[in-house]
Write a protein that binds this ligand. Sequence first.
Ligand SMILES: Nc1ncnc2c1ncn2[C@@H]1O[C@H](COP(=O)(O)OP(=O)(O)OP(=O)(O)O)[C@@H](O)[C@H]1O
Ligand SMILES: [Mg+2]
Length: 415
Amino acid sequence: MGTDFGICIQNIKKKIILNDQLYGFDTERSELLQIVKKTIDYGESDSVIVLGPRGCGKSVLIESVIKELLPDSHTLVMLNGLIHTDDNLALKSIIQQLQIKNLDGAYVEGSYADNICFLLESFRAGNKMASKSIIMVLDKFDMFCSHTNQTLLYNLFDAVQSQQNPLSIIGVSSRIDVIELLEKRVKSRFSHNILMIKPPSEPHELLGRLKCLLQLSKDCKIESDVRKNWNNNINLLISDPQLQDLMNDLLKLSNNNTKLNMLVFMALSNLSKDKMLMVENLICSFNSLYKQDLTLVNLLGLSVLELCLMISICHHSEIYNKEPFNFEMIYARYCKFASRNSSLLVTKRQVIIKAFERISIMELIQPVTAIENKNILKEYRLYKSSVNLDKMKAASNLYYRLPPVILQWIDSNII
Ligand SMILES: Nc1ncnc2c1ncn2[C@@H]1O[C@H](COP(=O)(O)OP(=O)(O)OP(=O)(O)O)[C@@H](O)[C@H]1O
Ligand SMILES: [Mg+2]
């Protein structure tokens, strides 16, 4: 009987779900920490923009910096360009998060002008040493640049520059040209501190992340020989050349951590307690997660009605030599089949229109013209199919409990 690794597997899965440990970015982290600490400890206001492609770990980095600060040392204000779509909403949220007066229950009173005056006065009233510092994180910073006249950004950066209340502004963006979006008067008040975050670009960096994820630290409540045994095995796994190739393939797909986390999670979930994680498990998860035929997966996710429409479409394309079709043609073909074979398949026209639209949204069929002509009713818009009959046959053989009449219909386009 081998060692019971159940608890190790559980611990790693927990680590993946909690998702709160930062790997790497040591210099960026210490730089950001320095900026924030300067505000908290010496009352010096500053601004910085964290820049990097989507999913590269900007939010995790900021969270890890904030976690290191004492909770009483600062007030945290989090804004997001997707939620706070104009200055008024953003301002109200700032006042609410700062928990300052001017609040009536949960709602902020006053007009935008009143509120901005009030906020600026509050900033001015603060002083470098005695006031509590404010850390303001503006996620999707680029979206704040599209607000009218960039008033809020101007006032915030102005407050930073004139060193009133201690304030750190951390902008987060994935747009490389974000500085160019700032108006001249705003740009001149920005400190031009930019932290570039780069996702892993080499397989060995990804391997390092994998190792960090799979190794168990001493803090885990696991018997020490089980932990040692697990960690030794992980070291062996990491040095396996097959794993290098796998990381290479993964890197070609995407260089963010989410896909790696999913891969490990799936491999661990399929593992039995007394087994050690092997390269084969990871390769198997990789194949089932990222090497699937997406068209087939989409076809298997269709409802029976949608599948029937797809069969009609494939038959039509075969008979008319891949000529484009519109909804009416497919509807007529489907209705003929349904009325002859099963009363259960006869459905309202509106329902069939919806099913047809869903097939189009899933891009199983594509419009012939990219721009919709408003003069043509959508039932007459022309489409082409991106699925052939062979693929349909493969999907129907895998489809769970497809009625036999439909299975027979696929093989014969005579109705
Ligand atoms: N260095 C890292 N250490 C640990 N986890 C990471 C790291 N980089 C990315 N991740 C993981 O990748 C995922 C995406 O990270 P995160 O949300 O921080 O990206 P982001 O840069 O903020 O993306 P967006 O621009 O979409 O906001 C998270 O699940 C996170 O745990
Ligand atoms: Mg983020």
